[in-house]
Design a protein around this ligand. Sequence first.
Ligand code: G3P
Ligand code: MG
Length: 248
Amino acid sequence: MSPETPPMLVFAHRGASAAAPENTLRAIRRAIDMGADWIEIDVQQVQNTLVVFHDDTLERTTNGRGPLAARTLTELRSLDAGDGERIPLLSEVLDLIDARVGLNIELKGPDVAGPVVALVRGLLQQRPAWRERLLLSSFDVAQTEHAACDRDGWKLGILFEERADAAMERAIALGADSLHVSREMLSPALLAAAHRAGLAVYVYTVNTAEDLARCLALGVDGVFSDVPDRALALRNSYANTHAGARAP
Ligand code: G3P
Ligand code: MG
């Protein structure tokens, strides 16, 4: 195992979301400081603008109430998303990350793939540093199919929580790079089948030391974690142990 190739990539799930409010610039900064390989965020469209937000409704993560889609962008941007953070725009996240780490944009909502693909296409033409560092994924079949069309450098991930066989077929048909599987559905058989098909396997959401150790032992390609610092520490310790084992 080369030191440049970690045994398991660490995706900071909604940023370092155990250390800072999820899907905020602060959580993303924390994840970068921790050394995460990738940042995962949830993206939705409101009034023709791409915003970083997980839920359909505002209560859980902001001081607002009701459906996200019922608010104007100005109203949303005035809310407190935790510790005084605002709901970020996707463009703000891209500026902050500046291709220093990978960015997994999870497409949430019915009409988000089109504007994200347009944005990513333009970005990759202007900023080659982003090549290999953008990954689009979705649970939604139509959004995933849209993100698969005329790909120009971005990676594609198939997210699923049931029917692994259908997800695998879709991944192969769309030429995806990765399968994003829930912790509960992960199995050695699924991992082996995905690897035979040339797909990386990234597992969500893996937080406890026990679950992280299981993922490392099984040989998954990456984990989404709310505690990327813990995942990185275990991953790096595993990598060091294996490097030592191979030394003459
Ligand atoms: O992208 C992996 C994971 O974030 C999918 O589930 O609900 O946390 O967006 P969720
Ligand atoms: Mg997500």
